[in-house]
Design a protein around this ligand. Sequence first.
Ligand SMILES: [Zn+2]
Length: 135
Amino acid sequence: METELITHSCTEQSKQEPYKQPAEETVGMKKCPFCAEQIQAEAIKCRYCGEYLDGFSRAGSRPREKKWYLTTPSVVIALLCVGPLGLPLVWFNSRYKPATRLIITVIVLFVTVLCTYLAASVYRQYLDQITTLGI
Ligand SMILES: [Zn+2]
């Protein structure tokens, strides 16, 4: 019910938006994605909020470059491929909270143990079958 209401109001809003702002954008101007003020289309820095636009970054305070092996997809792939051997990636990953690291570690170890157990039981069944067949 609540979700329905939210969805409804959202669609209403997006429907109304074109009427609310009838061609407010002046030629040669654009809307700042950070503060929504009208700024020069050529501007690389918003004069209202001081944010840099279009990938220009403040000298000295560039966003921290992500190491490729510390992004979530690579960590997930590493864990899927090498299992517990990928755990150091999680432990040394400053992007994860200690609690998150602990949860991921527990899950990975659990899955590893489960897989080992399954593999062992399949192997045992296989051996049993061979014995039963008397080969
Ligand atoms: Zn701005």
